[in-house]
Design a protein around this ligand. Structure first.
Ligand code: ARG
Length: 592
């Protein structure tokens, strides 16, 4: 917690000198709430660097740290841990001081993150344009968007880059096929419409494999494309634009609006200078006719040095060269100080080598972070690779449509039991869209990144457990409390004091005040499942708070000041859930 960090930092400074080491990570939430809410774990590392006993350090700090407005008197535990227990007065103040909601894109709940603002490039989604987006692109897109939103929320500038595969030999084949089947595209590129990119690719490949003449023309097209032939480039561009339109239809449905298309071809004229610069630095060697970078610590299975090839023996630059040029561009032209690649685990070695090469080149200052946010695969419900019934790849478009339809069925079923809540057709459609798309995203983000997970529509659409429908329903339910109390939750006076007394209020208030730490943690380690877990705990704390038996009265609480205080707690809980879901890329609905 930031406030505790500030207080301990100054206590350590005044006790042991301002250049005494300090780490905010020394303050952690307690694992066991019986010991307290937070623990200061710094006495042990401090003891080491100061050559003192940890217990003495803990005693010194307990005596001087100013926490009277935050915590009950500190307890020293074990070899020198300090246990901190938030007081009700602190919780009441912290919540009362949350300003009224903002009406901008998202509600920051008055939070300030005072880390130095960075420019971050998030490389995400990045399908190959030759084909249709398939389920394999879902994770990169959804994780990339969530991480980007969280970084922006914390005050960083984020550039989301779609590093699409729009270059390479397969485009010769596609261009040739396009010329054959839609010759008008040359004079009128806007006339192009490909209904099914997958079928188009298959037809092109079939022509390539079965006709010598076609194959020759395709190879010729590659040469023309690389040589900058205007007409060939125009056909290529028409194809890429059409393929990108397909991608953006999906991005629109996923609510992804700030993704910048900057494909591999963007770096074409920077490939030679990039490799030249590395050659001048003595990093490039020729091996078997190919230009390679050899890096320490990278060996093949036989223990021999493993090269990072940047230019093939036929003179063509490859995927690695493009990524080197892209890093150079992001560092020098974009001015990024943090580069995040949201790409599956199979490319781990590629990124390890890329980053090692960048470190060796000296292009990136030591403080620049280069991160491969690697994720596991999405598997079918049976735990096997996710495929259609006849073994084909599942198009992302179809998967999303299926999820929305399944959500619709679930909503119709629930409606059946409850005639009071008759919803109009357009409401039902909007709810199905939010629930279906939200469920797919939430399921993805709630799994730890590196494990493979099973795509289980039934489970992700369940209204119980850690799912999007549960979260969305919890949110809509809190909003309905406002309607029930005949009050506009958004219009509650922001200065009405919140008083925290009852156990269920205390537990809820503690969860709410943890929100900024959760965000800070994800800014550091980029794990969105920390946020889904937090939101789940928060909604559970709210359920206890609102429970007739174990919680408190809300809409009919007396006196009025208590009713107001509790309604404000409802409002702030709803805002926290809404902000949290926004940061996962999920839209809330007011009524369900
Ligand atoms: N287009 C690549 C693929 O589909 C992913 C690109 C990831 N980003 C990057 N800068 N290499 O495998």
């Amino acid at each position: 917690m930031k406030l505790l960090g500030d207080r301990f930092r100054s206590a350590v400074g005044s006790s042991f000198g301002d250049d005494c080491p300090f780490d905010e990570q020394w303050i952690k939430p307690c694992n066991d709430p019986r010991f307290g809410d937070y623990q200061f774990n710094g006495a042990l590392p401090l003891a080491k660097s100061l050559q003192k006993k940890p217990r003495d350090i803990a005693e010194t700090l307990a005596g001087c740290v100013e926490l009277a407005d935050i915590s009950a008197p500190l307890e020293i535990a074990g070899p020198g841990f300090l246990n901190i227990r938030l007081t009700n007065a602190y919780l009441s103040n912290a919540l009362t001081s949350i300003p009224a909601g903002e009406t901008s894109e998202y509600d920051r709940l008055g939070l300030q993150f005072d880390e130095a603002a960075e420019t971050v490039v998030v490389d995400m989604s990045s399908p190959n344009l030759a084909k249709e987006m398939h389920v394999g692109h879902l994770r990169s897109t959804v994780i990339g968007e969530s991480v980007s939103r969280i970084l922006e929320f914390a005050g960083h500038t984020v550039e989301r880059v779609n590093h699409v595969g729009d270059w390479g030999t397969q485009f010769g084949m596609l261009i040739t096929h396009l010329r054959d089947v839609q010759p008008d595209v040359i004079s009128d590129p806007d006339s192009l419409a490909i209904g099914d990119l997958e079928a188009f690719y298959v037809a092109a490949k079939k022509a390539f494999d079965s006709s010598e003449d076609f194959a020759n023309r395709a190879r010729q097209a590659v040469v023309q494309l690389q040589g900058g032939d205007e007409e060939t480039l125009a056909v290529w561009r028409a194809f890429c634009d059409e393929s990108l339109r397909h991608c953006h239809a999906i991005y629109d449905r996923l609510g992804i609006t700030k993704l910048e298309d900057r494909g591999e071809s963007f770096y074409n004229d920077q490939l030679a200078p990039t490799v030249q610069e590395l050659t001048d630095a003595g990093m490039v060697e020729t091996s078997d006719g190919a230009e390679c970078i050899f890096l320490d610590d990278f060996k093949n299975r036989d223990g021999e040095p493993l090269p990072m090839i940047v230019r093939k023996s036929d003179g063509g630059f490859n995927y690695s060269a493009t990524d080197l040029a892209a890093v150079r561009h992001r560092l020098r032209d974009v001015g990024a100080t943090r580069l995040i690649y949201v790409v599956g685990i199979p490319q781990q070695q590629h990124f390890a080598m890329l980053f090692a090469a960048i470190r060796k080149s000296g292009w990136a200052a030591d403080s620049v972070r280069l991160e491969h946010l690697a994720f596991g695969s999405m598997l079918g419900r049976d735990g096997k690779p996710f495929k259609t019934r006849d073994g084909g790849t599942v198009k992302l478009k179809n998967l999303l449509e299926e999820a929305v339809q399944a959500a619709r069925a679930a909503i119709d079923e629930r409606q059946g039991d409850d005639d009071d809540r008759a919803l109009s057709e357009s409401q039902k459609q909007a709810i199905s869209e939010a629930v279906g798309i939200g469920a797919v995203k939430y399921a993805d983000l709630s799994h730890s990144l590196t494990t493979d997970y099973r795509f289980d529509m039934e489970q992700m659409l369940s209204f119980e457990g850690n799912t999007a429908p549960y979260m969305l329903y919890a949110y809509a339910r809190i909003r309905s409390i406002g309607r029930k109390a005949d009050i506009d939750l958004d219009a509650l006076p922001a200065d009405a004091p919140i008083t925290i007394e009852h156990d269920a209020e205390i537990a809820l208030a503690k969860m709410i005040t943890r929100f900024p730490e959760v965000i800070s943690q994800i800014v550091r380690d980029l794990r969105p499942n920390v946020l889904t877990e937090y939101l789940y705990e928060l909604t559970k704390a709210f359920s206890r708070f609102y429970d007739r038996r174990h919680g408190v009265r809300v809409t009919d609480a007396e006196p009025e000041s208590t009713r107001m205080s509790r309604l404000r707690l409802c409002q702030i809980t709803a805002r926290t859930i809404k902000s949290g879901l926004y940061l996962l890329g999920i839209d809330t609905i007011e009524q369900m």
